[in-house]
Ligand binder design. Structure first.
Ligand SMILES: *Cc1c(COP(=O)(O)O)cnc(C)c1O
Length: 460
């Protein structure tokens, strides 16, 4: 094999063009070969196909057909969030324009740990993070790999602020409905054991929060959720914010799912109170149609960010910073860092607020349609009308085991990808609708699939 071509530089596009044709053809063929929302046959079938496709992982001599073969096999074996019956998780179908931008990011490969590796990308990141922070009512934002890293950073900033102000560690209070990454971050940061506040109706109970804030010694950090992972519910943010203010507690809002509502005139009011938070988690690889990763942590007090100050002479020497080279190292816990901001910037600019808001409105509308279909169907129970785009339902009178079995049946048969959630002490099927292209008949089809597989699957 001759010396492999490089992606960037004047010859880069020339080298990439035929490879892109290969990739696009393999994506097309692999997707057709799959046929449905995910590969049929379950883990054994998929693993066998991958093993056959790759053979010797590191052969002595290279194989020029590897790109085509592996992309084809990956596409054939993927769960495709663009398929109307793939609706389990907060796993969105990325916009083509965002994916195309990500190709440019991968090609140019700027690294956001120093200006001399990312002159334009760092300037773009500064502008776009500011604009997104302002949308959320905050002043600045850090780019993260997603909600997990954003929640982790939020707790770190809270810990450092409390240590500076109170000389002691802060304690996290979170709802029983909160994302698992919050207590995990508290564990990782060596914080006191978090206090779990009841969320009997799926949202954090403000009265119970008030009791906890009254009895616990400070400093305290409350984490509320705008868009729960299981049910898409939004905690009563204004009430929670008022209680935090009254008790001098710090507030973090995990809006990994819900923040996308900011783009929609119709749904933005549901986020009232968001701007009261000290920190806000946003995740544009959910209700923002970005390829992973596209997370942000917005902060209202930029001074909090000094907790991340870090110096490495080769990346941000004081004399370089004084001479005007931006200090990027102190805006992340990572060192090398992808320019995830490019695809985000391209998407915001290409679609505009109206374009993104329309996508949000569409998926929320689909969720209402599905909920209405479930409600009117004698064979199903509906958990509740959707707040965002999540619908929980279950075959009427089914046991939890039967509900779990239907879901697995649909998965291993390659028919549909639905999630599961335990609420009200019962197991529900979860449809998280993030595909704006869905048609009503896709939703009736989805229910018909569940119905068929529930019938063939009833416990004796
Ligand atoms: C998805 C989610 C997270 C985690 O985000 P990742 O991007 O998967 O790390 C955190 N909080 C909530 C509420 C979420 O829905």
């Amino acid at each position: 094999m001759s010396t492999p071509s490089l992606a960037s530089g004047p010859q880069g596009p020339h080298a990439l063009r035929p490879l892109l044709h290969t990739v696009l053809d393999a994506l097309h063929d692999g997707t057709l070969a799959r046929g449905g929302p995910l590969p049929a046959g379950g883990p054994h079938t998929v693993t066998t196909r991958i093993r056959d496709a790759i053979g010797d992982v590191l052969p002595d001599e290279g194989d020029p057909d590897a790109l085509r073969r592996l992309v084809h096999t990956l596409a054939e074996g993927s769960a495709d969030p663009a398929h109307p019956h793939c609706a389990a998780h907060l796993h969105c179908p990325p916009l083509a324009v965002a994916t195309a931008a990500d190709l440019a990011a991968a090609t140019l490969n700027p690294s956001l740990d120093s200006w001399d590796q990312a002159p334009a990308a760092s300037a773009l990141e500064a502008l776009v993070t500011q604009a997104l922070a302002h949308q959320a009512g905050a002043t600045d934002a850090l780019v993260t790999t997603g909600g997990t890293e954003a929640n982790h950073l939020a707790l770190l900033l809270a810990r450092e602020s409390a240590r500076t102000t109170h000389g002691t560690d802060i304690r996290l209070l979170h709802g029983a409905n909160a994302h698992h990454s919050l207590p995990r971050a508290a564990w990782l940061l060596g914080l006191p054991d978090p206090v779990v506040v009841p969320a009997p109706a799926g949202t954090l109970d403000p009265a119970a929060l008030d009791d906890a804030l009254t009895t616990l010694p400070g400093p305290l950090l409350v984490a509320a959720t705008a868009g729960t992972t299981d049910a898409g519910l939004i905690d009563p943010l204004p009430e929670i914010a008022a209680r935090c203010r009254a008790h001098g507690a710090r507030l973090h809002i995990d809006a990994a799912y819900g923040a996308g509502l900011l783009f929609s005139d119709r749904h933005r009011p549901k986020l009232a109170g968001l701007d009261a938070a000290h920190t806000i988690t946003l995740d544009l690889h959910k209700l923002g149609w970005q390829p992973i990763a596209a997370g942000l942590l917005a902060v209202t007090h930029p001074g909090d960010l000094t907790a991340l100050d870090q110096h490495a002479d080769y990346l941000n020497a004081d004399d370089d910073t004084e001479a005007g080279l931006p200090d990027l190292l102190s805006r992340s816990l990572r060192t090398s860092r992808r320019p995830d901001i490019l695809k985000i910037a391209v998407t915001l600019k290409t679609l505009g607020r109206t374009g993104l808001g329309t996508l949000v409105d569409q998926v929320c509308e689909h969720a209402h349609t599905l909920a209405a279909l479930v409600h009117d169907h004698p064979g199903f129970d509906l958990y509740d009308r959707p707040t965002i785009s999540t619908v929980l339902f279950r075959p009427r009178d089914a046991t939890d085991d039967a509900v779990a079995a239907v879901r697995r049946h649909l998965l291993t048969g390659g028919h549909a990808v639905l999630g599961r959630a335990r609420l009200d002490d019962r197991l529900w099927l979860k449809a998280t609708l993030l595909n704006p292209h869905l048609r009503p008949e896709d939703l009736t089809g989805l229910l018909r699939l569940v119905e068929t597989h529930a019938e063939g699957n009833t416990p004796r």
